[in-house]
Design a protein around this ligand. Structure first.
Ligand code: IPE
Ligand code: IPE
Ligand code: MG
Length: 232
């Protein structure tokens, strides 16, 4: 992994928890549990390799229409990782930022997320971890437009970007989606205009450090032209 051009910002669409659990004759909630474990493992590996920003899609606005039982299991996982086992997140040594509309979440979960953002705001030598929770790119864009309208302002690319959840951050260089589906599912639609996309047929809980390294090597071999002509 040495001497390759690494992305500064990697985003993960962590898909396939449910199918992975089914394959192992376990309930979907078990897939989510193993999915969170894998998220910590892979984020830690990405930061160790030198990635500065990792953004993970944990729950989409559309996911809120799933059965309440599944959502309650996911909220319990949040409670676990932001309260009882919060050391696991703190060990990453990164600032945690939550992107998404937290208003429909249970008050205690919202409180824990805000507390985590506060507690990790200082002493974060390894970078930034964005957790997308009840995140939807359309909601994000519409909210930004409404803010601009409320301020009575026309926007340009820079001022519009500052109204998104990702204000002040560089766009993702690479989005990795596991689970075999080849789509963005309402993830970072504005920010991903020039992002490289990588799709894996592995389910998220089985996506390994080695798989991540393969994706990073693949990224390093791409020619990012941004509309220009090939150099050299
Ligand atoms: C991704 O796994 C995690 C969430 C969307 C919360 P899924 O739950 O979508 O798993 P599959 O796609 O049904 O296998
Ligand atoms: C995308 O996965 C959302 C997350 C990984 C959080 P979904 O399972 O919700 O996406 P679709 O429904 O297959 O597009
Ligand atoms: Mg899915």
């Amino acid at each position: 992994m040495r001497n390759i051009r690494l992305p500064a910002h990697v985003a993960f669409i962590m898909d396939g928890n449910g199918r992975w659990a089914k394959k192992h004759f376990r309930p979907r909630g078990y897939g989510h549990k193993m999915g969170v474990q894998n998220m910590i493992k892979l984020c830690s590996h990405a930061f160790k390799l030198g990635v500065k920003i990792v953004t993970v899609y944990a729950l989409s606005t559309e996911n809120l229409s799933r059965p309440q039982e599944e959502l309650d299991g996911i909220y319990d996982l949040f409670r676990s990782y932001f309260q009882k086992q919060k050391g696991k997140i703190q060990e990453l040594g990164v600032r945690v930022n939550v992107m998404g509309d937290l208003t429909p979440l249970h008050e205690d979960v919202r409180g824990l997320l805000l507390e985590t953002m506060r507690d990790t705001a200082v002493n974060a030598p390894n970078g930034l971890l964005n957790l997308c929770i009840n995140y939807g790119a359309r909601q994000e864009i519409i909210q930004a437009v409404n803010h601009a309208v409320a301020f009575g302002r026309f926007v340009d690319e820079n001022s519009f970007k500052s109204l998104l959840y990702s204000a002040g951050m560089p766009d993702p260089d690479l989005i990795i989606r596991t689970g075999g589906e080849v789509r963005l599912s309402n993830f970072l639609l504005y920010q991903a205009a020039y992002t490289e996309l990588y799709f894996s047929n592995k389910m998220w809980p089985e996506f390994s450090r080695r798989d991540l390294e393969k994706a990073l090597v693949n990224y390093s071999q791409r020619d990012r032209r941004f509309g220009n002509v090939k150099k050299g």
